[in-house]
Design a protein around this ligand. Structure first.
Ligand code: DP6
Length: 361
């Protein structure tokens, strides 16, 4: 889509060395992306809230290479240390982008990256990491060639690039919320990149909280990539894709109206459907832990007792995302301290909330 063989530097007029830094957040899907085809294309549209506290900072330093060949020259540091596995993944990603960014092989690149949350938290970092890197690459293109002057075009290309790294990452580019995947309810929506959806929401959702209760920090037994692949043989796959499309339309209505009850019902149904699909895969697997189920039961009971609009969601893992509006933060935090923390590893939970999206530093 963005192939451009002309994006090459002129060695008689090399650029000055420079550095670009972006901070990009994670996101929580309310309607889940689960199942893909082709080159990272989703089987159904998804909608996510953009978070704030869970984020990745990435610095990309560059310098013109006199001795350019066909390799990418990359130094890679994660939290200040070399990390062979992450470096290999990043290199493979950058190599796959050479048709769009042929100039990458003309540069000596140094990437220094780190997350605001410990890697061991069992929280997916691919969305924040890949979106931060994609934003750095778009800033680099613009710094060297001046080809992305329009902010909308810049964000779209960053979202498109992030998707190629990790599907869910394409939604982290936008403030408050984003939709990825074609749906007739959102004009301009695409399978290739996400589009902003914050303007489609009632203000109550713009200061929504998402406290992440860390039930386990163990590495997942089945990766998201393998989980997506297992959808191909899942007997419920086709009805699931139809259901996701219908639920997205219902969710957009609830978000527009500020209908917390309908929002919560859809969010919880989606989380449980995601895990039900894993259990119905062949081979079957389960990422929920006893603590996850205990927390779900406590959340339902507390909601029934207090009438407070608190709801749960789940990613592809056992940790609970506790979703609630900003005006009940004091009550909810007191309840977490008193009753929920006992199910968290070392009483650990991350306070997060819907945020303004990535920022260039
Ligand atoms: C359950 O985006 O991590 O979090 O495209 O293979 O990198 P890849 O998968 P990934 O899958 C995310 C799945 C999910 C739901 C979601 O974020 O929509």
């Amino acid at each position: 889509m963005y192939e451009n063989p002309r994006l090459l530097l002129d060695s008689s007029n090399p650029p000055e060395p420079g550095q670009i830094v972006w901070r990009s957040p994670s996101n929580l899907a309310i309607i889940k992306y689960w199942g893909k085809h082709g080159v990272q294309l989703p089987r159904n549209p998804s909608l996510s809230f953009t978070l704030s506290a869970s984020c990745t900072d990435t610095a990309l330093a560059y310098e013109f290479r006199e001795d350019a060949d066909n390799r990418i020259d990359l130094t890679f540091l994660f939290h200040g240390e070399e990390n062979d596995a992450f470096k290999a993944k990043t290199l493979a990603y950058l190599e796959s982008l050479l048709p769009q960014f042929p100039f990458l092989k003309q540069l000596k690149l140094k990437i220094q990256t780190g997350n605001s949350f410990p890697h061991s938290a069992g929280i997916a970092s691919s969305a924040s990491a890949m979106s931060a890197l994609a934003l750095c690459l778009c800033s680099l293109e613009d710094a060297l060639f001046g080809t992305l002057p329009d902010p909308e075009g810049f964000d779209r290309k960053a979202s498109w690039l992030a998707r190629l790294g990790s599907g869910s990452a394409c939604r982290s580019i936008f403030p408050h919320a984003a939709v990825w995947g074609v749906t007739s309810s959102v004009p301009g929506s695409s399978d290739e990149y996400a589009v902003p959806a914050g303007e489609l929401m009632h203000p109550t959702f713009k200061d929504f909280h998402d406290d992440i209760l860390i039930v386990s920090t163990r590495e997942k037994s089945v990766s998201s990539r393998a989980g997506h692949a297992l959808m191909e043989g899942n007997p419920y796959a086709e009805p699931r894709y139809i259901q996701a499309k219908t639920r997205l339309e219902q969710l957009l209505g609830a978000l527009r109206r500020g209908d917390l009850e309908e929002f919560g019902k859809i969010a919880e149904d989606e989380a449980l459907t995601l895990h039900a699909l894993m259990m119905c895969s062949n081979p079957s697997y389960m990422l929920l832990e006893p603590g996850t189920v205990a927390l779900i039961q406590k959340i339902r009971a507390w909601r029934a007792d207090t009438k407070h609009p608190v709801y749960f969601s789940l990613d592809a893992g056992p940790n609970i995302h506790l979703l609630y509006p900003g005006d009940i933060v004091a009550e909810v935090r007191g309840w977490i301290e008193e009753d929920l923390k006992e199910h968290c590893v070392d009483g650990w939970f991350i306070q997060d909330w819907v945020g303004e999206g990535p920022e260039e530093m």
